[in-house]
Design a protein. Structure first.
Lengths: 725, 299
């Protein structure tokens, strides 16, 4: 059986479409499972005016099931004369049955009374009305509204409903709307109702196409990246690329494309232009006007220079193209004129003079003002500088401090109030024109980079002060949000904390090609910074929090995001876990460890060494468990008795320091190479040497030897987490 | 005929919305920033009675003044305000028909309903809806009021606010608002530009901050008296709070209000408008013949 539900709505905000389709599919899956109804597949699809969900291969009815419920033992259930007791009767009554329904069950603990409960068997047709209603009324609503009589809540007013089970209408009523089999075509191109003969997905999609609609959804991951593009998205992207390539550069804003895709039912791309004089504005301002005000795509030539052109996506066909483009051009001219006015106003104020007003600007609710944020950043800067992190280039410390003190003022400029996407960029531009040193204005400019880190160096800040400012700003935001319980849940991450965590990892990892002068990734341990970031909030929050607990959650969150990021880059999960196990707060080491482990994983030498490591760990755990031994002195080479243990000791003495040194250099391949050389010695040791001997002295010395081995190997990663191929 | 004058555009809209059962009202006789603050809307959306009205509201926004030099921004512009309670099921289509009534065929344009939720902190009001974009230009604010004066609204009103200058600029293909024609032989410039210039000068540069601050406080005290009286006088208090809101807008444009202070001013205004909404609802319960609403009057 096919099932189709279409909720016809007034134009949904584009940001709601993707999550709503995901939620709708999940909700149908949940309801079918709860109702014990089998199905083959579930598809959610939609446009701004319709949310649809389809199930195929739906079972005609629930399977019949018989549950046996055990009651009291036989001697409790019946009296000496074989009559049921009150206990037996009340047991049966619990299931709406009588004593006549009681049977006897043999159990390992003797005979007990039992009853058979038959469930299921309901027909799907009878269950679908309830399920359909739940799909509408239980859909999560990020922002609910009411309309008309005000009885129903939804994302936007519901104007029609289609609910079909094969060729029959499913009875369903939401407020004043009754479900039927009529959907509606494109508002302008096919302004009619159309009938759906049955619930098949094919019929639905075909009928939509005939009425100038491309219904589908584009799946995104929990950080907003496209996971699987839908047809409307792909169609639009192809058209866009054709138009852009004529000018030499096909780069476009992915976020904007998704937004636009989710805002139209029938996309048509049109191209227009604007006067060259507006290119005298800072380029970022023009870009923002195009994107944020007008949702236009910018156009660049082969060298990457911005051209006085734009592409707009119309929800409609190609009637009166000239008139439509002329209209858009007129609006754009007005917008750019306004932006030029704002820019002139903003340039009149110095960043320094705006500092006081930061106190009036709220940061995230519950985390104080931007003045508070600025003070916390300065505290973090001091500790970075105190740690000597910028020792390589003492000038960085001063630049960082200056940049942090000027970082947030641009939030008060008119341009940034109008275009949040310009934050940092306007501050940087103002700092530059107000004669701040280049490293300072560049740091201000770079503080919100990377936007969404996907592993490439060019996405990151390129100056030392910029890297540190971006890092500290994010640490502060993460620490604050976690301290007041605003950590992301499910698909909800309103403060972009996942992206922030990813950004921290990206900046600190030292990815290939990321070499800002004066920024030594290897020295960066996030632990002290995270602790200060957390303690900065102590005593400032409404409810007190436990610093250690918040710190622990932050480390786990960063690890989770690193796992995700490195997984996307193709690294196996166990290698990443092993790396993070050894270096939870040192992204530079973890990054290198994970890559080397991923490379080494396939080889037999490595597998054997990892197995040896695991055995050594197990033995140490056993020692802790059985003899309460957790602290070991360095082993005493003179007291080793067997050749196999002396061999291992010799290798440790020879290569232990080499492994440590390679790890410090970040050359985990070399460290792993050295470790692979232990393979035979380890095998022989476990074959020939008994650790738990009767002689305590011998035993402890051998445990000490293994402890050292684990210490050396553990530097390349927690090898016990590596899974055998 | 082509609709090339502001008055013709207005008349067409009035005809259209009168045919939809709207009472054709008048702009508020107090300075206000938007048609929403007109009592026909503020009080009309409260309570259960169906209500439909349309009127042009001269809307003063001291912070938008550009000395009559910017072709798109005005100290005072003219809004066509339409109120429909409860919101009709086919309202989006009716709205598109209203565009057709003034010569805009949506099929020939790029019409989008772009999410834009509306909030008025001073009126204790918010709603969800869109800005309607015509070839990229915002021509209408389309809002389902969820709350007004702090009161939850049921039934729900839909508000359509058309920016008349912008719409006419699009229809007439004119880039400069001052080049519009108000009537066949009088330009918008002749009617408005001097007042644009002088009001910008005044509210940005010369308005007496001390006077405005004091007047705000005095009005607030007077309103307090009206509210505390045995028989609270709701309409007079509403007129006074509307004027107080205008004083605040001038102070704000004058740069005399810090951000924290701004929130405080808005809170003071909201407190009064919320109290007035509650008092109005109490009053119409006792005097149903005073309800702003259509249909049979309950005696």
């Amino acid at each position: 059986m096919d099932f189709l539900l279409e909720i016809g709505v007034e134009d949904l905000p584009s940001r709601f479409l993707t999550p709503a389709l995901g939620d709708l599919a999940a909700l149908l899956r949940e309801k079918l499972t709860q109702n014990d109804l089998g199905f083959v597949s579930i598809t959610a699809l939609g446009t701004p005016r319709r949310l649809a969900v389809h199930a195929s291969g739906l079972a005609d009815r629930q399977p019949e099931r018989t549950d046996l419920k055990l009651g009291p033992p036989i001697h409790v259930a019946y009296d000496g004369e074989g009559n049921p007791t009150a206990a037996a009767i009340s047991f049966a009554a619990k299931f709406g049955l009588t004593e006549a329904d009681l049977g006897i069950a043999q159990t390992p603990k003797g005979e007990r009374v039992q009853v058979e409960i038959k469930t299921g068997g309901a027909s799907t047709v009878d269950l679908l009305p309830g399920i359909s209603e739940a799909l509408v009324t239980e859909l999560p609503l990020p922002k609910a509204m009411r309309w008309g009589a005000g009885e129903v809540r939804f994302l936007r007013p519901i104007r029609w409903l289609v609910a079909l089970a094969d060729d029959a209408v499913v009875p369903l009523e939401i407020g004043e709307i009754k479900a039927g089999r009529h959907s509606r075509g494109h508002r302008f191109l096919a302004d009619v109702e159309f009938e759906l003969p049955d619930a098949s997905l094919d019929t639905y999609v075909r009928a939509c196409r005939e009425h100038d609609l491309i219904p589908d959804g584009t799946a995104v991951d929990d950080e907003g990246g496209v996971q699987s593009p839908g047809e409307r998205y792909s169609y639009l992207k192809k058209r866009l690329e054709e138009l852009l390539s004529a000018h030499g550069n096909v780069i476009f804003d992915e976020e904007l494309l998704l937004d636009v895709t989710n805002g139209v039912e029938h996309p048509t791309c049109l191209e227009g232009g604007f006067e060259e004089r507006f290119l005298e504005l800072p380029e970022v301002v023009v870009s923002s006007v195009l994107k944020e005000y007008q949702k236009y795509f910018e156009v660049r030539d082969a060298t990457g220079a911005l051209l006085p052109r734009f592409i707009v996506v119309r929800d409609g066909g190609d009637r009166n193209v000239g008139g439509v483009v002329a209209g858009h051009e007129r609006v754009l001219r007005a917008r750019l004129t306004d932006a030029a006015f704002f820019w002139d106003q903003d340039r009149k104020r110095s960043l320094v003079s705006l500092t006081e007003e930061l106190a009036d600007l709220q940061f995230i609710r519950g985390l104080g003002s931007y003045s508070d944020k600025r003070n916390r950043l300065l505290t973090l800067v001091q500790s970075v500088n105190a740690e000597g992190f910028c020792g390589a280039d003492p000038a960085v410390a001063g630049h960082l401090e200056r940049a942090a003190s000027l970082a947030k003022q641009d939030l008060l400029t008119r341009l940034v109030v109008e275009f949040t996407g310009l934050q940092g960029l306007i501050g940087g531009e103002l700092a530059r024109t107000q004669k701040e040193p280049e490293p300072v204005w560049r740091a201000v400019c770079e503080q919100y980079l990377p936007k969404r880190f996907s592993g490439r160096a060019e996405e990151l800040p390129q100056t030392a002060a910029g890297c540190l400012l971006a890092l500290l700003d994010r640490l502060d935001t993460l620490a604050g949000c976690f301290a007041i319980g605003l950590s992301p849940t499910g698909s909800r991450d309103p403060y972009g904390l996942r992206r922030a965590a990813r950004g921290i990892i990206g900046i600190a990892a030292g990815v290939e090609g990321h070499e800002p002068t004066g920024f030594d990734h290897a020295r960066l341990d996030l632990e002290p910074l995270l602790r200060i970031a957390v303690s900065n909030f102590s005593g400032t929050t409404k409810r007190a929090f436990d610093e250690g607990e918040v710190y622990g959650k932050l480390v786990a969150f960063l690890a989770e995001r690193a796992l995700r990021l490195l997984g996307e880059l193709g690294l196996p999960t166990d290698a990443v876990r092993a790396a993070l196990g050894a270096y939870p707060t040192r992204p530079w080491s973890a990054w290198r460890s994970a890559h080397s482990l991923a490379r080494a994983k396939g080889s037999t030498e490595f597998a054997d060494v990892a197995t040896g490591y695991k055995r050594a760990c197990n033995i140490l755990r056993q020692a802790a468990r059985e003899f309460d031994l957790t602290e070991f002195k360095p082993f005493d080479a003179a007291r080793l008795e067997q050749d196999e243990e002396r061999r291992l000791a010799k290798l440790l003495a020879r290569d232990g320091e080499g492994v440590a040194a390679a790890v410090r250099r970040g050359d985990f391949d070399a460290a792993l190479g050295k470790i692979a050389g232990f393979r035979e010695a380890i095998d022989r040791f476990f074959d020939e040497v008994t650790v738990f001997t009767d002689s305590e002295e011998l035993r402890d010395n051998r445990l000490a030897l293994l402890n050292e081995l684990v210490g050396v190997f553990g530097r390349v990663g927690d090898l016990s987490l590596i899974q055998a191929e | 005929m082509n609709i090339l004058t502001l008055q013709e555009l207005t008349l067409r809209f009035y005809r259209f919305w009168a045919d939809q059962g709207c009472l054709i009202g008048h702009g508020y006789d107090m300075p206000t920033g938007a048609g929403t603050a007109n009592p026909l809307t503020f009080f009309g959306v409260l309570g259960p009675q169906p209500w439909r009205t349309a009127y042009v509201e001269p809307s003063r926004r001291p912070d938008d003044g550009r000395y009559g030099e910017n072709p798109h921004r005005f100290y005072k512009h003219f809004q066509l305000q339409v109120i429909l309670k409860p919101s009709p099921a086919d309202i989006q289509n009716v709205y598109l028909d209203s565009l057709r009534a003034v010569g805009i065929e949506p099929l020939d344009h790029d019409v989008k309903f772009d999410e834009d939720n509306w909030e008025s902190p001073s009126l204790g009001a918010w709603g969800t809806g869109w800005q309607v974009l015509l070839d990229g230009m915002e021509i209408t604010q389309f809002t389902y009021f969820q709350q007004m004066g702090g009161a939850l609204l049921k039934p729900v009103t839909v508000e359509l606010t058309y920016g008349l200058e912008r719409l006419l600029m699009h229809i007439a293909g004119v880039d400069d608002g001052f080049e519009l024609l108000w009537s066949p032989d009088v330009s918008y410039r002749r009617v408005q530009q001097m007042s644009e210039y002088e009001n910008s000068r005044y509210s940005y540069e010369t308005a007496d901050v001390e006077l405005y601050t004091r007047q705000f406080d005095e009005l607030e005290a007077e309103i307090e008296k009206l509210l505390q009286a045995e028989e609270p006088l709701i309409y007079p208090a509403y007129d006074l709070v509307s004027y107080a809101a205008h004083l605040f807008n001038v102070l704000d444009a004058r740069g005399a209000v810090g951000v924290a202070e701004r929130a405080r001013y808005l809170g003071r205004l909201r407190k009064i408008t919320s109290a007035l909404a509650a008092l109005y609802l109490e009053r119409i319960e006792k005097r149903p013949d005073w309800i702003l609403g259509s249909g049979a009057v309950v005696a």
